[in-house]
Design a protein around this ligand. Structure first.
Ligand SMILES: Nc1ncnc2c1ncn2[C@@H]1O[C@H](COP(=O)(O)OP(=O)(O)O)[C@@H](O)[C@H]1O
Ligand SMILES: [Mg+2]
Length: 253
């Protein structure tokens, strides 16, 4: 069964999108066929590969209108083997639209399951909330990657995330597994960052990926040029670290 990997943490700015786009692209560059599902109304992962003007039908249409097909919404990217199910700001309305629908948490799963066999990996980027959109991602996924920013407040909020994961596992999706925790925006020169690293390992143990993603200007720049880190700055630390993370992801699934 094709792994469906959600990248989630309800905190904003922790590197969810950067991780989703570069893991998706990194797996494609290893010859895998990958679908990147953008579930954030901000559409940052979509516009990291695609011009906003070329996004027509989007994940919002797919979740709210059963007459629209996944293939009508899916766009190819400049990376061979990488496809995007794009988002638009209209996705922000989805919670209001689906209120009272008994199948609301299952909408993404119902659309992705029939097409997942067309891909080697499905990667789902999520918004910074634990609302219905993120629940849809967790219900549709086999695995979860939790990016945690290397900062003083790193672990704040992770309890709520893990509680939501447990609830999803109890009922709609008993198969959901935490694939790993990736420490992002790390600055290994500081003592604080080393302490935070130890603290995160103390909580998550061997769930923490060996690869730590350093703070890097190149990672920040690459989406503006519609390129993943691997083609934008192939010899950068960021490219090297995300390539290693992809290897760990393949080894763990
Ligand atoms: N390792 C990194 N080094 C430097 N900047 C980063 C790194 N990871 C993410 N960023 C930047 O930090 C900001 C937030 O990252 P993003 O991936 O969008 O987080 P999220 O999706 O969790 O909100 C973005 O401007 C992004 O370019
Ligand atoms: Mg994001």
């Amino acid at each position: 069964m094709t792994p469906v990997i959600a990248v989630a943490n309800q905190k904003g700015g922790v590197g969810k999108t950067t991780t989703a786009i570069n893991v998706a692209a990194g797996l494609s560059l290893l010859g895998k066929r990958v679908l990147l599902v953008d579930l954030d109304p901000q559409a940052n992962s979509s516009i990291s590969f695609i011009d906003a003007s070329s996004i027509g039908l989007s994940i919002y249409d797919l979740l709210t209108d059963s007459s629209i097909t996944v293939s009508e919404c899916t766009l190819a990217t400049s990376v061979d083997g990488l496809f995007v199910l794009p988002s638009r700001i209209s996705l922000a309305k989805v919670e209001a639209k689906l209120i009272g629908e008994f199948d609301a948490p299952f909408r993404l799963k119902d659309r992705i399951d029939p097409v997942r066999h067309n891909y080697d990996f499905v990667i789902v980027d999520t918004p910074p909330t634990l609302g219905l959109i993120t629940v849809n991602a967790l219900v549709a996924s086999s695995h979860l990657i939790i990016p945690i920013q290397s900062s003083y407040f790193a672990l704040e909020g992770t309890e709520d995330l893990l509680e939501t994961v447990e609830k999803v596992k109890q009922r709609p999706n008993p198969n959901l597994q935490v694939l790993g925790v990736v420490i992002t925006l790390h600055d290994k020169r500081t003592t604080l960052a080393r302490d935070i690293y130890r603290q995160i390992c103390g909580v998550f143990g061997d769930k923490v990926f060996d690869t730590v993603i350093s703070k890097s200007v190149r990672l920040e720049e690459s989406p503006a040029y519609k390129e993943p880190i691997f083609t934008f700055a192939p010899t950068s630390t960021g490219a090297n670290e995300y390539a290693k993370l992809c290897q760990e992801v393949i080894a763990r699934v």
